[in-house]
Design a protein around this ligand. Structure first.
Ligand code: LIP
Length: 324
């Protein structure tokens, strides 16, 4: 198992520290949102282009989280979105424990006051996600999970609700799915054509759109981490995105897996054409993600087999592209 040297007690301790820190960061995020919405636009900076936004609050929250986690766990490595942006490349993932943090996931929502932004704190150990905390301070919804310890949602300080929120339901085909998608920050011709063709195939009918799946619908919340958490809850069936990063999906990966979900790359060449459900480092840093909720057995087909069959069908439906 990924964390055989990090005992379950240690994972529980790390989870508790991360939850407390996420709630502390949440206060800063709310203060920052209010300040930004009341101030001029200079508080918002651009990274690679005009839709890849960053604010002093992204940086401030990341500095706070890195400092607190560094004091609590000095031997652990740290990967943060904003530090990586400054470095210009993702640090090498080792087998050692590595916190992987997005201080504000859904920065565009944060800048606009759209209440779907969160802090995402994940821990990677032996190249697998083993602890995850996702906190949306706007709704006061806290998602968390740890390897072999289940995953939960706490709404506004209520009792922890085990994920998925209801027993796994059937999913006969992609046509019955509510699918999370994102427009991302790569807005050039190739990514926009690939996304547009994919969205058209997922939503279009097979009579007029070649390969159309006519899914129930597509949803774009603006936060990869919250998309993972919503899939783990059973409230989205699937989420696909090419272009987000390890810090966006690390916490959500273990939260979804502990809720019976499957996390896989949408680039089947990574695992020899097969859907393995092994969210290895190649998947975590691969920037091509699919996460699917727990699915009930149906007839003679096990839920896990249905997941793999539908993930493979989705991989064959989406149009691949290389993220910038
Ligand atoms: C965002 C992701 C989202 C993606 C956006 C952006 P950020 O992360 O959560 O899935 O579509 O382009 O990367 O930048 O708000 O932390």
């Amino acid at each position: 198992m990924a964390s055989n040297n990090l005992t379950s007690e240690k994972l529980k301790e790390i989870l508790g520290v991360s939850i407390k820190l996420a709630r502390e960061a949440g206060k800063l995020i709310l203060e920052g949102s209010d300040a930004i919405l009341r101030s001029a636009a200079e508080a918002v900076e651009e990274k690679k282009n005009s839709v890849d936004l960053v604010t002093q609050y992204d940086k401030g929250v990341e500095e706070l989280v890195k400092k607190e986690l560094g004091q609590a766990y000095p031997g652990f490595s740290f990967i943060g979105e904003e530090e990586t942006a400054a470095l210009g490349k993702l640090p090498e993932l080792t087998d050692g424990p590595t916190f992987c943090v997005d201080p504000i996931d859904g920065t565009t929502n944060f800048v606009h006051g759209f209440p779907f932004a969160c802090i995402s704190i994940g821990l990677i150990y032996q190249k697998r996600s083993v602890v995850g905390v996702i906190f949306n301070p706007f709704l006061d919804w806290l998602y968390y999970g740890a390897e072999a310890q289940g995953s939960y949602l706490v709404k506004s300080g209520g009792a922890p609700l085990k994920l998925p929120l209801t027993p796994a339901r059937p999913l006969p085909s992609l046509s019955q799915a509510l699918i999370g998608i994102e427009w991302g920050s790569d807005r050039g011709l190739a990514p926009m054509k690939a996304r547009g063709n994919t969205f058209q195939r997922l939503a279009g009918d097979g009579q007029h759109i070649e390969g159309g799946k006519m899914a129930h619908s597509l949803r774009s919340t603006g936060s990869a981490a919250l998309n993972f958490a919503t899939v783990a809850s059973g409230q989205l069936d699937i989420y696909w995105e090419i272009g987000c990063n390890a810090w966006d999906v690390c916490a959500g990966t273990i939260i979804a897996q502990e809720a019976g979900g499957i996390v896989n790359t949408s680039d089947l060449s990574i695992h020899g054409g097969e859907v393995t459900g092994d969210a290895s480092d190649k998947v975590l840093i691969g920037r091509k993600y699919i996460v699917m909720r727990a699915i009930a057995d149906s007839g003679s087909e096990k839920g896990a087999d249905i997941q793999k069959r539908l993930v493979k069908e989705l991989c064959e439906t989406v149009e691949d592209f290389t993220p910038v």
